[in-house]
Every structure is written in structure tokens, then in C-alpha cells.
Design a protein around this ligand. Sequence first.
Ligand SMILES: Nc1ncnc2c1ncn2[C@@H]1O[C@H](COP(=O)(O)OP(=O)(O)OP(=O)(O)O)[C@@H](O)[C@H]1O
Length: 262
Amino acid sequence: MSLLDVSGLGISFGGLRAVDGVGFTARPGEVTSIIGPNGAGKTTLFNLVSGVYTADAGFVRIAGRDVTGLPPHRLARAGMARTFQNLRVFPQMTALENVMTGCHMAERAGLLAGLLGLPGSRAETARSREAAAAALTRTGLGALAGREAAALSYGQLKRLEIARALVTGCSILLLDEPAAGCNAVETREIDDLIQSIAGEGRTVVLIEHDMRLVMRISARILVLDQGRRIAEGAPEEIRENPRVIEAYLGAHGAAEARAAHA
Ligand SMILES: Nc1ncnc2c1ncn2[C@@H]1O[C@H](COP(=O)(O)OP(=O)(O)OP(=O)(O)O)[C@@H](O)[C@H]1O
């Protein structure tokens, strides 16, 4: 059974239909990937699903509950968390403090109460600290909890962002290019981490350009091109799909690739 159910989502920017009637489902314990050429609408789709943008069509359901249009902090309480394509860390804060900012997304009292020292916030801060330490350990960064984010490597920062999403206790995790800019070793570490997060029974949705990574870890793949869904299926189906090959290589490139294989 799917936990995340997205149907017919759409949004326009001026005259451009950036996402046009796109739907997909994602199941617990699996990685569902979204791929497509640059500008296909992948991040915009994430922004619609995660409440950053408001869709003008379609719906999002979590475990059958309609959550369409809820803002990110309400979605966090419903079990959804995400990372962004570009790093969003606070360089002068420690790794632990950075992850603690994620706790406040899903807490009732929130960051402001903590800053103001309101009643109950001290206990909540202690809980956040514990949860953040556990999330850092989970992502292999336990030993770096007290280190300033500015001193972490790029691959470590990408994992820090995953830790900050995990600390919300999410059951659905949206990852926007978690291995972008990483070297081969860092990519492998992130690949293993994503698989183990799905292995815990979480629903993982991944945007990723690294095709080898996508093919290795995805149960299902959704392919977008110019805002539309052009294919959906298991990795082996997607790899062979002529529309997908054409979207990536162009009609000319696809014909050349076919000729080269013949
Ligand atoms: N806030 C915005 N305002 C105007 N146009 C936008 C906005 N966000 C995205 N777009 C446009 O919508 C289209 C889809 O962009 P999007 O970033 O979702 O693509 P993508 O598949 O994630 O691309 P990439 O792989 O390069 O990250 C592009 O043409 C982009 O220029």
C-alpha cells in the first residue's frame, strides 16, 4: 500500500506550465525516484508536494488523508520532511545545533518559544538535543556533533541535511539531489544511507541525476519531461523505454544510440 499518494498536480509560472497533471505513489520501505532532463519540473513537483508552492490542480494524500496545500510545518507533523538541492546549513552553528533546528519543525512550541525560554521549552530543548544526537549517529556523523558546520566536508554537509530531516521523525522523506556535487566515495555513503533509511520502513522519494545510483536503489522511477510524466515503472523498464531515452538524448541522439547497439 502506498503511504504518499500524489495525483494530477499542476502549477504555472507566467505562461510556463512547469508541472502539468503529474501523479505518483510511494510506498514504505521503498525508494521512489523522480528523474528527467534539466528543467523537467522535478524540483517544482517536490515544492508542490512539500507545501513550498501551492498547486492549482491535483492533490496530495498521506495515508489517505488529504494534505494538499498544507504548509511545510503542518506536513512535518503529518510525517513528511525534505532536503533541498542547495545546502541550507548555518555555517557558524555546530552540526548538533543545525540538526536541532529540524526538531523545531515538528514541535508544538517551536523555535520561537525555545529562544524566548518559555515554560516547557527547556525540556523540549533537551529532547531536541537527544534526538539530534541520535540523528547524527544515524547518518554517520555522531563524532562530529560538536564541530562547526563550516568545518565539515561537502559530503558530511549533505548527510547533515538528511539528519536534519530525519530528526523530525518523518515517515516520508523527500531528497532533492542528495549526492549532487559529491565525489564517488561520498556518493556511495549517501547511497547506502538512503537504502538503510528506506530499509527502516520509511517512504523515500528521491530526485537524482546520477543514473547509476537511481537504477541501483529505486523500486520505482517516475520520469518527467517538460512538466509532464512520460514514464513510470521499475528501473529495468525505464532503462529500456524509448521515450525516456529520447527525452535524455533527443530524437537524434536516441537514433544514434539505437544504431550503436544494433
Ligand atoms: N519560481 C519559479 N518561477 C518561474 N519559473 C520557475 C520557478 N521554478 C521553476 N521554474 C521553471 O519551471 C521549470 C521546471 O523547473 P524545475 O527546477 O522544477 O526543473 P528540474 O527538473 O528540477 O530541473 P534541474 O534538474 O535543472 O534541477 C523550469 O523551466 C524553470 O525555469
